[in-house]
Design a protein. Sequence first.
Length: 162
Amino acid sequence: MTAPQKSVNLLLQKKHVGNYLFEENSVTSPRSGALPNMEKQKILVVEDEEMTARLIIYRLKALGYDVSHARDGVEGMGQIKKIRPDLVVLDIMLPGLSGFEILEELKADPEFDSSGIKVLMLTNKKSSGDVSRGFNLGAMEYVSKPFKMEEFLLRMDRVLKT
């Protein structure tokens, strides 16, 4: 392998997760080269689509985040209150409680201070009404499915830095 070929291979990483193949440019990855002594940021992925959840969790763990997963809205609500994540990646259409219902309940709970929890909505619901409702309930970012992993990571990084 020549030197230019080797450097190109280092820049473009291909990952297989299940039946999915995604590419991530390691130069533009928001957390590439994270320091091992940094306190890991906690991210909760509330997603009922198993393949989507596995894809996100795989990538976030590889980037050094402390990642938890809830498969439905009730479990997600419990995990938010228990672990107080830095970021919640929240689907809207969930069994038990919807993502909207979770945000509404968090805002209405006088005993729970949700002000330090950031929310990124990740959903199939793309109407302007759904997007507006998500932002009005406190979401900081809204990503529609299907999504590109690189765009998701950039938006997530922007939310975490806010």
